[in-house]
Ligand binder design. Structure first.
Ligand SMILES: Nc1ncnc2c1ncn2[C@@H]1O[C@H](COP(=O)(O)OP(=O)(O)OP(=O)(O)O)[C@@H](O)[C@H]1O
Ligand SMILES: [Mg+2]
Length: 367
């Protein structure tokens, strides 16, 4: 039987390298000063920067092996872990200072989700609310271009013992997009898990602060990202964007089913009919129903959800989106007013929903 003393343990720990920086555990300052030795029982903690350190498990194993090799195979080792940084809040407890989370969605791509999400967010600011906009379209982010902040590189700030990403501020609202962090061509090579993780970081590791409305621009279709959102955030309600064509309406139904089924119970705040009619710039009073008339209204009635607004197809919406100046900034225009009315309708529905229905619960992850 040998006598174990602290230096023996420290020497063993000095043989273990932490792959994150190539230093040994002692040099890297990863050994806490709570070493306890009681006969053949040894306990101490290892300190990691983050509670999610990818090497944590392998380091625990390597440390135990080093003690068994260099001290004695009979040592009973107990290692606990500490982290310098506080953990991200659990799913469902993120964004405690955000009053309402609104997901802008559709079954189909290209119907104007990003346009509606961006302009809805801007219009809510015009109505006097504190607003955040999250671009959750990992593979085709739109926010950087629509707000002309393609070159923005958000930095992190220390707050409450954590490194938090600081959202970009533009036109009075807070913005984050995965597009600020990765080039979309590379994002397409990502595995689903990586995209989900990136999204959780944008929600849970960012300093969103106090907000009345947190608007999320979701990716097209029904993807892993939607599931991650439902598992991460208690979504107050979903706004479904559709266009009047028959096929888009069928897709809107798909979009709605994603939020309303036996596992998910996110209330549908209502439909937005985008490109409801065409209005040429030189004839602003004229309405041409090129995709059919009243399709959005009919679908809303059929599904028993409100029609929150109708947005015309006008060249200006597309141009201003490309130029980084959402049309909702100018409430003197026809389209600016349409988005202001939409925002007011969303506020009414959210208020109603909050009175009439219990808070949303996140979808539990099956282990
Ligand atoms: N009401 C409108 N009038 C004119 N152009 C519009 C209108 N709504 C959207 N657009 C244009 O249509 C294109 C697609 O819109 P947008 O990117 O908002 O759709 P999306 O549903 O977010 O697409 P994706 O599914 O790819 O994310 C954009 O170029 C946008 O500027
Ligand atoms: Mg989009």
């Amino acid at each position: 039987m040998i006598t174990i003393y602290p230096k023996l343990i420290h020497d063993a720990l000095a043989t273990v390298r932490y792959p994150g920086n190539g230093k040994n555990l002692v040099e890297a300052g990863m050994v806490a000063d709570n070493l306890r030795i009681d006969g053949m029982k040894v306990s101490f903690s290892l300190i990691f920067d983050k509670p999610t350190d990818p090497f944590m498990k392998s380091m625990l194993k390597a440390t135990e092996t080093a003690i068994h090799t260099y001290v004695s195979p009979d040592v009973e080792v107990t290692i606990s872990t500490e982290s310098r940084q506080a953990a991200r809040p659990e799913p469902g407890k993120m964004l405690p200072q955000v009053k309402n989370v609104i997901a802008v969605s559709s079954g189909k791509g290209g119907v104007g989700k990003s346009t509606v999400a961006a302009n809805l967010a801007v219009a809510l600011v015009r109505l006097g609310y504190k607003v955040g906009l999250l671009d959750a379209d990992i593979f085709g982010p739109s926010v950087p271009k629509m707000f002309q902040v393609e070159d923005a590189r958000p930095y992190a700030e220390q707050k409450d013992g954590r490194d938090l990403i600081v959202p970009i501020e533009k036109y009075g609202l807070k913005l984050l997009s995965i597009g600020f962090f990765v080039n979309p061509d590379q994002a397409t090579l990502w595995r689903g898990g990586m995209a989900s993780n990136a999204l959780k970081q944008l929600v849970g590791d960012a300093d969103w602060g106090d907000l009345d409305y947190f608007v999320i621009d979701t990716p097209p279709g029904t993807s892993d990202i939607h599931l991650t959102l439902l598992q991460t955030l208690a979504i107050t309600g979903a706004v479904i964007v559709t266009t009047p064509q028959q096929v888009a309406l069928a897709d809107a139904r798909k979009g709605i089913d994603m939020y309303r089924n036996d596992k998910v119970n996110v209330p549908i705040l209502g439909l937005v009919e985008n490109m409801a009619w065409f209005t040429p710039a030189e004839l602003p009073e004229n309405k041409y129903y090129i995709f059919g008339r009243e399709g959005g209204k009919r679908l809303a009635d059929e599904l028993g959800v409100p029609l929150l607004g109708q947005i015309p197809l006008v060249q200006g919406i597309c141009e201003s989106g490309d130029a980084g100046q959402p049309v909702a900034l100018d409430t003197n225009t026809l389209t600016g007013r349409a988005f202001l009315q939409l925002a007011a309708a969303v506020v009414r529905q959210v208020d109603r929903r909050n009175v009439e229905m219990p808070p949303t619960h996140i979808v539990e992850v099956k282990k």
